[in-house]
Design a protein around this ligand. Sequence first.
Ligand SMILES: *Cc1c(COP(=O)(O)O)cnc(C)c1O
Length: 390
Amino acid sequence: MFDGFIGLVRDIYKTEAFIPLHEPRFVGNEKQYLSNVINSTFVSSVGPYVAEFEHKIADYCGAKHAIATVNGTAALHVALLLAGVKAGEEVITQALTFVATCNAIHYCGAEPVFVDVDGSTLGLSPQALANFLDEFGERRDDGLWNRLSGKRIAAVLPMHTFGHPCDMKGLMAVCQHHGLPLVEDAAEALGSLCTLSPDDAGEENVTKHCGTFGKLGVLSFNGNKIITTGGGGMILTDDAELARQAKHLTTTAKLAHAWRFAHDQVGFNYRMPNLNAALGLAQLEQLPAFVERKRALADRYLGWAEANGVQMIKEPNGAQANYWLNTLLLDDALQRDAFLEFSNAQGVMTRPLWELMPDLPMYRNCRTDGLRQSRWLADRLVNIPSSVVF
Ligand SMILES: *Cc1c(COP(=O)(O)O)cnc(C)c1O
């Protein structure tokens, strides 16, 4: 199986050289737009490309508003603040995620609480969330409190792992029941769609882009994501007032005025520079083609996996994944380590899952629900080369 895998990847990428996990593709108007920006001298935080990029991302995702930021972590930080997360409170998220999800919670002075994921989505499990809230949630006048810690639970923050949408219908139902705001970490899920199938026949299915189900959603345009601005992020929301506050908070909370420098709160310098937005616009033009190519690549891997008795993570029912990173599910940690050793030694880059968040020293003392499924998956998942192939 291992030899067959190396042969397959070399055949896909048509090279005997090192094959990285994910590299960006600049095959459109990137150089032209970047050169326009340099010629205009507006390379920094003022310039027309930022607003254009925001509008086009909002359009693409079907969000009413999009606010560009310097990176996805900054976008998460501000989205959580705007969802009402305050110091001393808790945010429920998954242990199976990239550290930025957790760090953003910590920047708010809040603490993450880790609830298990589903094996079918790799995202926060509605059932595990409901179990946790039913057991420990206590409804008070000012919200939902954690009986165990004595802290207010301020928000729920699911993450769409490797571009596979979480069960948003299930998560929205649990959050609604408990009166909790949802913020989506859709950093890996640009181009991924999720369908809310109604229970009653006759109603229409609602298919929406990841990041547009919650009160706020967040995208990342880091160099390894499906499209890149070098570094960058975006806050999505349908709420005009939250959008206004997001813009204000991420741009030093400066009051609009012809020459006065006045600020009405402690804001952040989280602006996306015009230079990065130009790169983003050129990349966004290619996004539909990238998603199509990535789905075709996933099909090729899936065909191989099925023929060879290897398990691969498929897009969940009722969802359309961007297949940002393709993921194999191996038999156990032993086979996983052997696979990682072998493939990397052969010059084909493969990677295990992130260390689960409560296994990192900073988050060791955070509460969890036991994370049975997360731990099982963490022993078995590996990412395989997933750059767009033309
Ligand atoms: C990439 C990523 C982010 C944001 O990362 P930035 O590098 O700050 O843009 C956040 N969460 C997840 C799950 C990610 O993969």
